[in-house]
Design a protein around this ligand. Sequence first.
Ligand code: SME
Length: 161
Amino acid sequence: MADSVAFAGESKAARYAELVPQIASLVDGEPDLIANLANVAAAVRQCLPIASWVGWYVRRGDELVLGPFQGNVACVRIKLGRGVCGTAAAERRTVIVDDVEQFPGHIACDAGSRSEIVVPVVRGGEVLAVLDVDSYELAAFDGDDAAGLARVVEVVSALAW
Ligand code: SME
């Protein structure tokens, strides 16, 4: 496994192109899910300086439960269908929120958060978890993030859950 990650690209697309193989290397040969989710969250945070919080919510029945993350302490349990994370999980789709104050039901774990992207981890039609990335800047995330993070969760969906 790799001991570190590094990014030289200036565009987000270039940095995601660097991120995905480094994540594959980080998790290669490591069977422990918590360790892998923790390192992937850290790698995504290093890749995205605009992110204030990067982490996982793992599905447990009809709830999402906080998993490994980087950032301030956060809400522990989110019902499916609630907030941005619960919406992404319930609808099995990536949700980008340019301004969290305009998203009905947004769950404010950190009052400083302004925008957010949530990408579900789906395997065999089942939602295993979501990857949540927040920013203190408005409209921090776009289609490049959706595409890049989709590749990240694809690697993660193939892990032993
Ligand atoms: N804002 C999220 C809750 C999780 S925190 O941002 C870490 C939501 O509305 O689902």
